[in-house]
Ligand binder design. Structure first.
Ligand code: ADP
Ligand code: ASP
Ligand code: MG
Length: 420
């Protein structure tokens, strides 16, 4: 007997038929004698709708009320799944963030989980009752509902798994695992049987939306064995066996690096279209300029990602280019403009037609020439690289968005990731 957390994303609970299918997956695990906590997302499209309504009501709105609105999608699916389970003879009860409780900090709209008091849940699980938990939400220090940022139900699931000391956390979604790149972009993408926490963390933070970044971070810190698998596979289809470290399932296992025998140099390619580029033309080339540009952005909590400063032609003036999340572009431009007198530049150019493409792999630590292959491959396709950034296990380039699919496919082939 094992204790499992099963998380179902938006497309997996998109309508009542899909919810019945989810209930069948849950029943399978109950019938196998396991204890089950389920975490659900809102029905596909619901959260977008709710977010749009808050924006239509007022462009600038109170984040506490945003959370009161956008958290509701998960309440609906938690209740509906509990009803559906009861209807097929499975004892089940819904739990909202404040009932569990899932305690978060006060950063409404992007709250972080601080503590989950798991005792009440464990008590019910031990009685054989399924706990159906609304994902994405918690309760803040102000005693108000908080949400965890988009895609946050993954994080709810991992945090619950850590709190109830689950043997495994299964993330059920609309693809049957983590692929070498987004299978919706590259038909030749290969499913990974295992991926290390570290690589998954990079993949997620560089744009692979299959898991929320924070969920991978939590899983790594708490050693939660994570599996990504499809809710579209038949509930009575082939299952994995065993639990915990020995588990080998039908999806992708996210685990420690030392549990992976065969390791490619590059394990995956991620892309993000949520980037915007800002160039400041003819900035004074002297000490302190970078601080004058980036300090006000940091004060405005705008996250600057890639940065490049050109060599100045005359030794006096230079160009600085950097990227910010496209959702923050308008604000970033305002912040820079209001510091114009201090920074002193000739012109500010911004561009949202860019995509960041990244190659990721722990093998890069011990191999040379990995970045060179990336640059050569893109050059062969006539793709201009605008900005580059690297870390120990990734290389990212910023390119024109019109080239994104061409670049991802070419790199996928170049690093030998295509399936036959
Ligand atoms: P859910 O609603 O279940 O949380 P998401 O839409 O958040 O599902 O995440 C699943 C999607 O992630 C897939 O449909 C796929 O298009 C996308 N995705 C991006 N990169 C990858 C990858 N490397 N492997 C698998 N899926 C990926
Ligand atoms: N429903 C939320 C969202 O769409 C949380 C999630 O699906 O993980 O962002
Ligand atoms: Mg998701």
């Amino acid at each position: 007997m094992a204790r499992l957390v099963m998380k179902f994303g938006g497309t997996s609970v998109a309508d009542l038929d899909r919810i019945r299918n989810v209930a069948a997956h849950v029943k399978r695990e109950i019938d196998a004698g396991h204890q089950v906590a389920v975490v659900v997302s809102a029905m596909a499209g619901q959260t977008n709708q709710l977010v749009n309504w808050t924006r239509e009501a007022a462009k600038l709105h109170d984040a506490r009320e945003y959370d009161a609105v956008v958290s509701t999608g998960e309440q609906v699916t938690a209740g509906l799944l509990a009803i559906t389970l009861q209807n097929i003879g499975v004892d089940a009860r819904s739990w909202l963030g404040w009932q569990t409780p899932i305690l978060t900090d006060g950063a409404h709209g992007a709250a972080r989980i601080q503590e989950i008091k798991g005792e009440a849940l464990i008590e019910r699980l031990e009685l054989g009752q399924v706990a159906v938990i609304a994902g994405f939400q918690g309760i803040g220090p102000d005693n108000r509902i908080t949400t965890l940022g988009r895609g946050g139900s993954d994080t709810s699931a991992v945090a619950i798994a850590a709190a109830v000391k689950a043997d495994r956390c299964d993330i059920y979604t609309d693809v049957d695992g983590v692929y070498t790149t987004d299978p919706r972009i590259v038909a030749k993408a290969r499913k990974l049987i295992k991926i290390s926490y570290e690589e998954m963390l990079e993949m997620a933070s560089l744009g692979a939306k299959v898991l929320q970044t924070r969920s991978v971070e939590l899983a790594m810190v708490h050693g939660v064995p994570l599996q990504v698998r499809s809710s579209f596979d038949a509930p009575d289809g082939p299952q994995g066996h065993g639990v915990g470290r020995d588990y080998f399932g039908p999806g992708t296992i996210v685990c420690n690096e030392d549990e992976i025998v065969e390791q490619e140099v590059v394990s995956g390619i991620a892309y993000s279209k949520d980037e915007a580029k800002i160039t400041l033309r003819k900035v004074a080339d002297q000490p302190g300029v970078a601080a004058r540009v980036f300090s006000p952005l940091a004060d405005a909590t705008i996250n600057v990602d890639m940065i490049v400063q050109n060599v100045s032609e005359d030794g006096k003036r230079t160009d600085i280019t950097f990227t910010v999340p496209s959702a923050d572009l308008e604000r970033a431009v305002e912040v820079i403009n209001s510091s114009a007198a201090d920074i002193q530049y000739e012109e500010l150019l911004s561009d949202t037609d860019v995509v960041k493409v990244s190659i990721i792999g722990v093998g890069m630590r011990s191999h040379v020439g990995v970045a060179r292959k990336m640059f050569e491959t893109l050059a062969d396709k006539g793709i201009n690289i605008q900005v580059i950034s690297t870390s120990e296990i990734k290389v990212s380039v910023l390119i024109g968005s019109e080239y994104s699919e061409l670049a991802i496919r070419a790199l996928h082939t170049a690093y030998g990731l295509d399936h036959e």
